[in-house]
Design a protein around this ligand. Structure first.
Ligand SMILES: Cc1cc2nc3c(=O)[nH]c(=O)nc-3n(C[C@H](O)[C@H](O)[C@H](O)COP(=O)(O)OP(=O)(O)OC[C@H]3O[C@@H](n4cnc5c(N)ncnc54)[C@H](O)[C@@H]3O)c2cc1C
Ligand code: SF4
Length: 501
């Protein structure tokens, strides 16, 4: 019998992941973190104590059976590890890269009480990448039904909902406003954190499930949500349009040339190929000095993209201190390593005109921290007489986003006071048969939360359509002694739906 692992017997150091050199990577779009090799993954998997109370699972928004998949890695059953992860999470190669694990599963890991927690995200990515390389997929047996489901938006919430509805036998069509599917994963998160090839590989699996993607289709302009349920004959609709409408500060000079939102900058680089000029005729000229306002993850992406687009100096302007910055610590660290200059406790009060209707700089003011505000963070307070001018050629706003108003303006959906779609605990909206989830309901959140919302809505949509939920179909007593369910291999079961009579 294998000896029980304890905190003293496991490898004490977290297995590092190889990274591109900061100076080199600051000028290219290749991935920063190179991923675990087999030996790295085996060593890190050995650090898991297989805790009976499984706190890490409770920290995962979609409850991946983390100890089970890690155990399968230690047993060299990589395909089994993939099956365990994909029981709960459709997109392991994506979530392994971008989930804020330090606040989720890894934040609850028992090993983290004494040492650095088990690198659960890196192990998930390792298995997700292996699945793509090996061409593994769980395309289950699906019995088609007569239901048609329409999905608006192809981000993680829409993809997750589409997958579950397709696995339930529905005819699913996803409508996407942009020319490519993937939502923020595609147009927002840059390749050096999440390569587009990884997203395309995951989307290809959805296409194999029979899901149809219709891009270049702006719902609310070409047709409305109401038309989808009436004239277009959809039995149920899911809205996962995200919250990509940028916020500005309302200070003088915001309409000058050279002022961009982070989403515009990122979309033009990632999706419109500005970074591939002159191969693509879509250039973007950021000038020599770029200032990005904000210190969240989107700001870090905008800063690091600006460096890679050739800006000589890139500055982060944030009104609170580093301790309050909402970005992941790892992202701030990476940005600093690459040469981003941080101006903590600083806020712009006006953008300055170069006389040709373009930006020549900002008037900034120093701040100090006062009493905590509603968010619990200390409120920034202006320091009197501390204004100064700061030269820059481009100003990028990364201070948050709002709900895109198009769907709200063109349908009778009930919205909350901030313009987000009002949905009940099952994610049903005020229109019968129409469900919503992801950032358009919660406001800006995370990939895994959006995916969880898509799956939750799918479960409610199945109930609404009178479809048996796949989770309920697999009862242990239906499984034969050969481990097969109705003659179907365990690995093929996944979310297949069987008509039981
Ligand atoms: C730059 C950036 C970096 C981020 N980094 C991380 C990270 O590292 N980790 C993390 O967990 N989260 C991150 N997030 C947050 C995360 O990406 C989002 O919470 C998540 O993508 C939300 O998913 P969603 O499905 O609700 O919407 P989205 O991903 O926003 O997708 C919505 C889709 O709907 C489409 N759409 C909108 N309106 C219409 C319409 N009328 N008709 C048809 N289609 C429409 C949009 O074009 C878009 O493709 C980041 C966000 C940004 C902006
Ligand atoms: S809490 Fe950490 S050590 Fe315990 S089972 Fe989960 S990953 Fe393994």
């Amino acid at each position: 019998m294998a000896k029980k692992k304890t905190i003293r017997t496991i490898p004490q150091e977290r297995t590092p992941m190889r990274e591109q050199d900061p100076k080199e990577r600051a000028r290219n779009f290749a991935e920063v973190a190179c991923g675990y090799r087999l030996e790295d993954a085996m060593r890190e998997a050995e650090r898991c104590l297989m805790c009976p109370e499984e706190p890490c699972i409770k920290g995962c928004p979609v409850n991946i059976n983390i100890p089970a998949f890690i155990k399968k890695i230690t047993e060299k059953n990589y395909r089994g590890a993939y099956d365990t992860i994909t029981d709960a999470n459709l997109l392991p190669a994506i979530c392994g890269r971008v989930c804020p694990q330090e606040n989720q599963c890894e934040g609850r890991c028992t090993v983290g009480d004494t040492l650095e927690p088990v690198a659960i995200g890196r192990l998930e990515r390792f298995i997700g990448d292996m699945a793509i390389a090996e061409g593994w997929e769980n395309v289950p047996y699906v019995e088609p039904n007569r239901f048609r489901v329409g999905i608006v938006g192809s981000g993680p919430s829409g993809m997750a909902c589409a997958a579950d509805m397709a696995k339930a036998g529905c005819d699913v069509t996803v409508y996407e406003a942009f020319q490519e599917a993937g939502g923020v994963l595609k147009y927002g998160i840059p390749d050096f954190r999440l390569p587009n090839g990884v997203i395309d590989a995951e989307i290809a699996k959805l296409v194999k499930l029979g899901i149809k993607f219709k891009c270049n289709t702006l719902v609310g302009r070409l047709f409305t949500v109401e038309q989808m349920v009436t004239e277009m004959g959809y039995d149920a609709v899911f809205i996962g349009v995200g919250a990509g409408y940028p916020s500005f500060m309302g200070i003088p000079g915001e309409s000058l040339n050279g002022v961009l939102s982070a989403n515009e900058l990122l979309t033009r680089c990632n999706l419109m190929h500005a970074r591939d000029f002159p191969n693509y005729d879509t250039p973007i000229d950021l000038g020599r000095r770029v200032a990005v306002i904000g210190a969240g993850n989107t700001a870090m992406d905008a800063l690091r993209v600006s460096l890679r687009m050739g800006a000589e100096e890139v500055h982060c302007i944030y009104r609170r201190s580093k301790a309050e910055a909402p970005a992941r610590a790892e992202e701030i660290h990476h940005a600093g390593e690459e040469g981003v200059q941080f101006h903590w406790l600083t806020t712009p009060v006006a953008l300055l005109d170069n006389g040709k209707n373009g930006v020549k700089g900002m008037r900034c003011q120093r701040m100090e921290l006062g009493e905590p505000d509603d968010s619990g963070r200390r409120r920034p307070v202006p320091v009197p007489g501390s204004e100064y001018e700061f030269d820059c050629d481009t100003v990028v706003y990364a201070i948050g986003t709002n709900a895109n108003p198009i769907i709200g303006q063109t349908s009778k959906l009930k919205l909350n006071k901030w313009g987000y779609i009002d949905a009940d605990e099952n994610l049903a909206t005020s229109i019968q048969g129409v469900y919503a989830g992801g950032d358009i309901v919660t406001g800006a959140a995370t990939v895994i939360q959006a995916m969880g919302a898509g799956r939750k809505a799918a479960s409610a949509m199945k109930a609404y359509l009178g479809l048996r939920d796949s989770e309920a179909v697999y009862q242990a007593e239906s499984t034969g002694s050969d481990g097969k369910l109705f003659g179907i291999e365990l690995s093929e079961r996944n979310h297949a739906r069987l008509r039981l009579g």
